[in-house]
Structures are given as structure tokens and as C-alpha cells.
Design a protein around this ligand. Structure first.
Ligand code: CA
Ligand code: CA
Length: 222
């Protein structure tokens, strides 16, 4: 009986490896099929291909997860089936992570860097909505998080941590932010936080202690 079980296990592992090859072939076929689809305008073709790609990525993730759970039962190596590290959430081509450890702005940026990222550069409404959802999912009571935006070099000239200038601001205009309020901080307010509830930003003292949103590029699956 022991031999039979061993044999079955070997078969299962062989199946797993064959499955992996089939998986790769299937993906190639699907990609080819998508590319060969005729569309009347280039714009239509682009949106069609985007849809197909989105569908195939989901298919790939499902197959990849199946493969990994099978690989787990033998000695075959598993696969990373997501485009973001564990505990990070994905929006488009980027991965984000909420870290509840509270630090000043500069230490927060360094801590994001230690994990291979940087403080979040939030440019779309979808990213703000997802940060809000994620903070709720974590049951986060706290609503202010550092993002990678500062005007510490030149007062009033807001720059992201990748040195790009701010083009699509989400300031809390109801509270007249950014106000560089000197009463709370004699040196002014040169670093930005997101208020996850209202999904808007405020400037505040860079020395204050807040949790943070880190960001890194997603690693494409295929
Ligand atoms: Ca300022
Ligand atoms: Ca302010």
C-alpha cells in the first residue's frame, strides 16, 4: 500500500509539472487569439485587448493558485500568483500598503524604502477610494496617513517623492487646505496626509507622527 501511495504522489507531481507547461501554452494561445481579433478602429482594438488581458490575468491567477496548491503537496516549487507582495493591495500598475506604525514624514519615507517602495503617490480617484476601503477592511480607527507629497524645498511648490510636480490635487478645500498653518507648527506645514474618510489631503507638520501609505510598482505576471 505504501508503494501505491508513493506512486500516486509521483503521478500527481508529474501532472502538476505538465499542468504548468499546459498553463504556459494556454496563455500564449489566448494572447495570440486576442491579438488576432479584428476591430474596426485602433481604439476599439485597444479597449478590447485590455478587456481580454484583464480576463486572462484573472484566469491565470486562478490556474496559478491551483498549481501552487498542488505543488504544495509535492516537492515542486510554488509560484507567486499575484502582482503585489503579500498584504499589499493593487490598483492598476501599482501596489499599496497601509502601515499602522506611526512615524514622522521622513522616517516614514525611509521605512517605505526599506520595503522596496516609497510613500504613496496618489494621482487617481480610484486609488483614494481603494485606500479608504483598505483602511476600513483593516478596521482602522485612525484616518490620517502620510503620503509622498511635500513642499519643504520651496514653500507652496508641492512635489512628489519621485520629484514629479503635483498636477492632480485632492486637497481638502472645505478646510482651506493646504494652509501652511503656522499656529500648529512654527516652521509651517510642509508634508501631506490623506484623510481616508473624506479621501482628501491636508498639509501638516512633517514632525507629527502618523501611519503611512507605501507604494511600489506591481510586478507583471506574464
Ligand atoms: Ca508648506
Ligand atoms: Ca494644514
Amino acid at each position: 500500500a505504501h508503494v501505491v501511495i508513493k506512486k500516486e504522489k509521483q503521478n500527481m507531481c508529474a501532472l502538476g509539472i505538465r499542468g504548468h507547461i499546459k498553463l504556459s501554452v494556454l496563455i500564449s494561445l489566448l494572447v495570440l487569439e486576442a491579438v488576432s481579433q479584428a476591430a474596426s478602429t485602433p481604439e476599439e482594438e485597444v479597449s478590447f485587448l485590455k478587456l481580454r488581458l484583464h480576463f486572462m490575468k484573472n484566469q491565470y491567477k486562478q490556474l496559478c493558485n491551483k498549481y501552487s496548491s498542488l505543488a504544495n503537496t509535492c516537492s515542486a516549487p510554488g509560484l507567486n500568483c499575484t502582482e503585489c507582495p503579500h498584504d499589499w493591495f493593487q490598483v492598476g500598475d501599482h501596489c499599496f500598503h497601509i502601515d499602522m506604525d506611526k512615524s514622522n514624514w521622513h522616517d516614514s519615507e525611509n521605512k517605505c524604502k526599506e520595503n522596496g517602495g516609497h510613500l504613496a503617490i496618489l494621482t487617481t480617484r480610484e486609488q483614494h477610494v481603494t485606500v479608504e476601503k483598505e483602511s476600513r477592511r483593516l478596521g482602522v480607527f485612525y484616518k490620517f496617513f502620510w503620503i509622498g507629497l511635500t513642499d519643504s524645498e520651496n514653500e507652496g511648490q508641492w512635489k512628489w517623492v519621485d520629484n514629479s510636480t503635483l498636477t492632480n490635487p485632492f486637497w481638502n478645500r472645505i478646510n482651506s487646505e493646504p494652509d501652511n498653518n503656522l499656529s500648529g507648527a512654527p516652521e509651517g506645514e510642509d508634508c501631506a496626509v490623506i484623510d481616508s474618510h473624506s479621501q482628501t489631503w491636508s498639509d501638516t507638520s512633517c514632525d507629527f507622527l502618523y501611519p503611512r501609505v507605501c507604494q511600489m510598482d506591481a510586478t507583471p505576471l506574464v
